[in-house]
Write a protein of this length. Sequence first.
Length: 310
Amino acid sequence: MNILLTGANGFLGSRLAKALQSKQDMSLVAAVRRRVEVPASHIVEVQGLYDDTDWSTALTNQHVVVHAAARAHVTKDEAADPLAEYRRVNVDGTLNLARQAAAAGVKRFIFLSSIGVNGNSNANPFTEEDTPNPAEPYAQSKWEAEKGLWEVQLETGMELVIIRPPLVYGPNAPGNFGSLMRWVEKGVPLPLGAIHNKRSLVAVDNLVDLIMTCIDHPAASNQVFLAGDGQCLSTTELLRGVSRAMNKPSRLVPVPSSLLEQAAALLGKKALAQRLLGSLQVDISKAHDLLGWEPPISVDEGLRRCVIKD
């Protein structure tokens, strides 16, 4: 089976490329913006993910496309209209790739979306059947891409699989999780010792395993799946787990979440407070019931792998 992977040098893509390349029955073409060492049968340099990108070389003789590349952040100069910047890549660039993939005879297109399409908080676990409610520009762009991909699927018959992961963690994880890891490692006291929220995460190795399952599972065709570890943690429990994995003391100060929310509002950090203090739960039973998929590693193992060198 021939597979094209975009974003092959990213946090998720590099782990997925390694897993795909280890399979004797799979031949991987890795699409990257700049030449880097990626485990793949062939590497194709693509200048960018835009509405006029020519994917013809990369798509030749491919059976499956796994689209993991995305625009995840905007710069301060672009912040005046962040949604427009996200749309250029995450919507227009994605749909251009999908249309060319269908025209090239690709059988299945796997799109890495975001749980943000469902929303950024909940009291009950999100499911695939929930009405989308993206609250931020990045998530809005992912939702618009999903809608456009379903139109391509209907027009061309190319199979579509959409995966919406929550926060992805693992070795050298970027973003908020990486920051938390560094704070714990440095022994920084954190005022997060009394947080009783419930958040779903997904270890990068669990997400890779779900993607690998979706590549050729017949029941995955034209489906949306939520990803997760199958276990919810509070922010306090997560930080304690990170401390155990690092074999370091947990320096957590029990400050009430209401006070933290007030402080975050004064500092203009409401979005960060939501991620640290709010709840976001994911129901992964559809992947279990339809694909027979179970997360292969536990949260404790996922955190252990964050601090153990490959």
